[in-house]
Write a new protein. Structure first.
Length: 95
């Protein structure tokens, strides 16, 4: 599976890293947790909390664009992210 980085911004104000990637050819096939695992492997984010915020595809295109927030610890993520987004099924914490 391939991945193209659209933007990678270190948001020092909110103490998080914001990554936007495109996954060509994976529309309807890619799950949020699988995408978070791909991000962790690509950027070597062992021990970080990766939260997939959105996964969107456009009509007629096989590309998925995902937005991910990367936090150093889970407490900071809990303070900043809406609880419905950071539910256990959408949060990927790598050890």
């Amino acid at each position: 599976m391939s991945m193209q980085v659209v933007s990678d911004v270190n948001n020092t104000f909110l103490s998080r890293r914001e990554i936007v990637c495109e996954f060509p050819g994976l529309a309807g096939k890619l799950k949020k947790l699988d995408a978070a695992d791909m991000i962790a492997k690509q950027f070597k984010l062992d021990g970080k909390v990766i939260i997939p915020i959105s996964m969107k595809s456009h009509s007629g295109r096989p590309t998925v664009r995902g937005t991910f927030y990367v936090y150093d610890n889970e407490d900071l993520a809990k303070k900043q992210v809406n609880p419905t987004i950071r539910s256990e099924e959408h949060t990927s914490e790598l050890q």
